[in-house]
Design a protein around this ligand. Structure first.
Ligand code: MCA
Ligand code: AMP
Length: 496
């Protein structure tokens, strides 16, 4: 059989095909053999639809076992997996479809009509496996001769916004994904005995690549929950060994009296990332459970960069050490010169985890990816005396809400385009549940009679709901400094 670098790497260590890969509470269990078989059927379908190596397969579907099989199928067919947040509106999805020009688009059947006019071949897949995709593969063979792919071939494109407000597709190679997952299996001591409680969405790096790739490599299994729900997590926790989550998972669990030492007795590891975790969450978690959360730092463009140690001190407020094979340096954001240990500057990253560049945007790639291979993260930080990395802020204008990245520029562009609006400024405010929440200050045209609700209503068809401002204030003018730049720090202080 042809060598397919990522697929072979993910499933090579599997000793017993009859083991369960996915357990779906209230549903059926799926063995490795069954999922691989379904991925073979799906790969046969993609090929019969004319999907060629390098073609994009865009997917905006609810979390399901079938969606995982579709990811594997796309890789096996030599194509490029392009997952999209289910919350994105038609207007948002249009941008990705225009930019990536996928050959196939899979969406929820409730939205089939909305996408009837697009160029790609459309299939539908619902959270309960309904829709046109599964019937289309039911008669197809599970055997599939994988398309040959090497380490530098593209495996996935994940869109991430920029400070310009326009999303850029981060091109991830087979080796980017495989090398990082192999490193993490080792670093976090994952084995076939692991049962990962999977409650993250599968359209981002965290839930798709970190969680799923690790488990496939180690031959473990996942309890596959459709979404984060405290009750479901508490019910399943005694059967699991590990959990990966954003800080909101941990603050919500801690707020529940049922979450205690006894409940987590079977657990080996709690990982947090995607957003800064408060040191107090770390401390409180240890007091309640006896476990220290292992915090790590990653990005869509780089997968995982650093991690607190498995053995050794997991330091609150720190994201730990560079992973094996990954280099981290702190530089002067003005000129890129390396700074001394202890000084605060731009975090730059180099290693096999670092992406190939932005899809069809070489000029953006050149701005962020240096010729020597270092990626300029946009995160500010320092390395302390013991070598631990601390993230101390962001140079990029970004709000991270419940682990979702929200780029103010995109929201400002949408608000500014509304009739009756002169300009706006979007900024993050502290939120006990989500870490940060989106706030907007809006200046209206003199005499315009728009209120907050009308503004939000006008934004709804344009923006995913998680991006809608939770707080919206109407101002006469925006605060500006002498250079004319909007002072978001003042807005944050005043309205945070
Ligand atoms: C849902 N809503 C949100 C968010 N999530 N609003 C702001 N920020 C959010 N994160 C809104 C919905 O639109 C809805 O609004 C209302 O909240 C309730 O929706 P529901 O689905 O019930 O929300 P939830 O269950 O409370 O979800 C919160 C959550 C979820 C569990 C924190 O957002 C989540 O699973 N986040 C994880 C994100 C993630 O995987 N990030 C990794 C990407 P309305 O009422 O108006 O309809 S970062 C990454 O991959 C990098 C590489 C890394 O380092 O890991
Ligand atoms: P994304 O664009 O979704 O890949 O998000 C990546 C960004 O999330 C990083 O550049 C950081 O700003 C942030 N991030 C990820 N993990 C952490 C963490 N453990 N602590 C603080 N910020 C984090």
């Amino acid at each position: 059989m042809n060598k397919n670098y990522l697929f072979d790497g993910l499933l090579a260590g599997r000793e017993d095909e009859s083991r369960n890969l996915l357990r779906v509470p209230g549903g059926v269990d799926w063995s490795y053999a069954e999922i691989v078989g379904l991925s073979g059927q799906l790969a046969n379908l993609l090929q019969s639809e004319g999907v060629e190596p390098g073609d994009r397969v865009a997917v905006q579907v609810a979390k399901s076992v079938q969606a995982i099989a579709l990811y594997l199928a796309t890789v096996r067919a030599g194509a490029v997996f392009l997952p999209l947040n289910t919350a994105y509106t038609r207007a948002e999805v249009d941008y990705f479809l225009d930019d990536a020009e996928p050959a196939v688009f899979v969406c929820d059947s409730a939205r089939e009509q909305e996408f009837a006019d697009i160029e790609a071949r459309v299939f539908t897949l619902d959270g309960d496996a309904g829709g046109s995709l599964m019937p289309a593969v039911s008669a197809l063979a599970g055997e599939f001769a994988n398309v040959e792919r090497g380490p530098r071939d593209l495996a996935a494109i994940l869109y991430t916004s920029g400070t310009t407000g326009l999303s850029k597709g981060a091109m991830l190679s087979h080796d980017n994904l495989l090398s990082n997952a192999l490193t993490l299996v080792d670093y976090w001591r994952f084995s076939a005995d692991d049962v990962l409680l999977h409650a993250l969405p599968i359209f981002h790096t965290h839930g798709l690549f970190v969680a799923t790739n690790i488990i496939m490599i180690c031959g473990g299994s996942m309890i596959f929950l459709p979404r984060f729900d405290v009750d479901a997590l508490i019910e399943q926790m005694p059967r699991a060994t590990s959990l990966m989550g954003v800080p909101t998972f941990y603050t919500r669990l801690l707020a529940d009296a049922r979450f205690d030492r006894e409940l987590v007795a079977h657990m080996r590891l709690f990982v947090s990332g995607s957003a800064p975790m408060l040191a107090e969450t770390h401390v409180q978690f240890e007091a309640v459970t006896g476990h220290r959360i292992l915090e790590r730092y990653g990005m869509t463009e780089t997968n995982m960069n650093t991690s607190n140690p498995y053995d050794g001190e997991r330091r609150a407020g720190s994201v730990g050490f560079a992973l094996p094979g990954v280099e981290i340096k702190i530089t002067d954001p003005e000129n890129g010169a390396a700074l001394a240990q202890g000084e605060t500057g731009m975090i730059e990253i180099r290693g096999p985890n670092v992406f190939l560049g932005y899809w069809r945007k070489p000029e953006k790639t050149a701005l962020e990816l240096r010729e020597d291979g270092f990626f300029i993260s946009g995160d500010m930080g320092k390395i302390d005396d013991d070598g631990y990395l601390h993230i101390l802020g962001r140079e990029k204008d970004l709000v991270i809400s419940g682990g979702y990245n929200i780029y103010p520029k995109q929201i400002e562009t949408e608000i500014d385009a509304l009739d009756g609006v002169v300009e706006s400024a979007v900024f993050g405010i502290a939120d006990a549940d989500l870490g940060e929440a989106v706030a907007a200050a809006v200046v209206l045209v003199a005499g315009a009679r728009l209120d907050q609700e009308q503004l939000l209503d006008a934004l709804r068809p344009r923006l995913a709901r998680f991006k809608l401002p939770r707080k919206l204030v109407l101002l006469e003018q925006l605060p500006r400094n002498a250079m004319g730049k909007v002072q978001k720090n003042l807005l944050r202080e005043r309205y945070g």
